[in-house]
Design a protein around this ligand. Structure first.
Ligand code: NDP
Ligand code: ZN
Length: 180
């Protein structure tokens, strides 16, 4: 059993690393993009204590469909329908204008499955910590602030899912938005 889990997880990380190979994060150091999905998965195992392999795989794959040429069918073929469904739930429709996409994240959050909510909480936590660590090139303080405000609205719709992640997010919101 352990060797199956290990090899499936490594296959998943390898798949995501290949898909994201030419991408970089927005921080000034231009960190390799793959650090993000791996970090989101690690938040789920290490801080949220999640052991559901489908959730961990979905975290590793969560930005492949939104940000690369990867299709949901491809994900289903290799990783199964459950992983496909979670990735689908956390993928924005890239054909919609950005402001509409951001608004839809707020509206759709409460109706997501528990598994998708976990991935979304860990994703927001990772991105907010990244913004605390360093400001992306070309971002004003106002833009960072607005990102925190928007994230808080999404997180409101994800609550009651994992207390460890929600507590960490609340610490960041309290510090930045000076509420709670
Ligand atoms: P973007 O969507 O352009 O960028 C944030 C996204 O980039 C994250 O959700 C994350 O997504 C990814 N990302 C990559 N690298 C980093 C990093 N180092 N740190 C954090 N995230 C990273 O930002 P928004 O459009 O959301 O801009 C924030 C706010 O600013 C908006 O609410 C909007 O109102 C405002 N805005 C202001 C502009 C301005 O010029 N003043 C222009 C546009 C928006 P992933 O998890 O998918 O990698
Ligand atoms: Zn992400």
């Amino acid at each position: 059993v352990e060797s199956r889990i290990t090899s499936e997880l490594i296959e998943c990380i390898n798949f995501s690393a290949i898909k994201h190979k030419d991408q970089r994060r927005k921080d000034p150091e231009e960190t390799p993009y793959i650090n993000h999905p791996i970090g989101v998965a690690f938040i789920l195992t290490n801080e949220a204590k999640i052991t559901d392999l489908n959730v961990i795989k979905a975290a590793v794959l969560h930005d492949t469909v939104e940000d690369t040429e990867t299709t949901l069918d491809e994900i289903e073929q290799i990783f199964g329908q459950r992983v496909r469904d979670i990735v689908n739930e956390v993928t924005d429709d890239k054909y919609l204008p950005k402001e509409e996409r951001k608004q839809l994240q707020i509206i759709h959050a409460p109706g997501c499955s528990r598994e998708a909510k976990l991935v979304k909480l860990a994703d927001k936590l990772y991105n907010l910590r990244d913004l605390e660590r360093s400001t992306p090139m070309g971002w004003s303080d106002l833009r960072v602030q607005e990102y925190f405000e928007w994230s808080k609205k999404v997180v409101e719709g994800l609550r009651g899912t994992n207390s460890a992640l929600e507590a960490e997010l609340d610490k960041l919101f309290a510090k930045r938005l000076n509420v709670n």
